[in-house]
Design a protein around this ligand. Structure first.
Ligand SMILES: [Zn+2]
Length: 191
């Protein structure tokens, strides 16, 4: 993999004082830039959250999903436990923003999140996690506790020993209840 890596910078945030480092994938089209947010004195076996970009949730505060709550929880926990958040720019489970909005339009017509993705010609989940292994090895981390409800994620992260799964439990709201039910019933999430 041809990856460009930034310097380390300080990022004071409402969740605590972090270090940040960016990783840019070199590619012909749609090069992705990812961000690692971490504490300077990282725990030896840190709690790591792998968060995939969700512009509507993370930045706009959409109530259709639980992404922003999960991100905020993960950052607060990173501060508390000397952990790390790997923010991967794979928007909309990696179908991109435009396709995600088209999927939302189909959901407005009554399809669930999986059916909508299928109708657009995508798998329910198109995300990949090679970057996670690359990034963790870059930090010389070989053992982590993974903050996730998604058992698939444990199997998707290769060459890293996951010594523990730390659950991330969020309250639902009237808009994301159905979405969370699909995650639980059809995508195997442990909610
Ligand atoms: Zn989201």
């Amino acid at each position: 993999m041809n990856i460009e890596i930034s310097q380390i910078a300080n990022l004071p945030s409402r969740f605590g004082n972090f270090k940040v480092k960016a990783f840019k994938e070199a590619c012909a089209d749609g090069c992705k830039e990812h961000l690692v947010i971490y504490k300077e004195n990282l725990d030896e076996t840190p709690i790591v959250r792998v968060h995939s970009e969700c512009l509507t949730g993370d930045a706009i505060g959409s109530l259709k999903c639980d992404c922003r709550d999960q991100l905020e929880y993960a950052l607060a926990l990173a501060e508390e436990t000397n952990g790390m958040v790997i923010y991967l720019r794979q928007e909309g489970r990696n179908i991109g923003l435009l396709n995600k909005i088209n999927a939302y339009a189909l959901q407005d017509k009554g399809l669930n999140t999986i059916e909508a993705n299928h109708q657009l010609g995508f798998a329910a989940d198109e995300r990949t996690y090679e970057m996670v292994t690359y990034i963790l090895h870059h930090f010389n981390i070989h053992k982590i506790k993974l903050l996730t409800n998604n058992p698939d994620k444990i199997n998707s992260i290769n060459d890293i020993e996951i010594v523990e799964r730390v659950p991330i439990i969020m309250d639902s709201n009237e808009f994301n209840e159905d979405y969370l039910d699909v995650k639980k019933d059809k995508m195997g999430h442990l909610l």
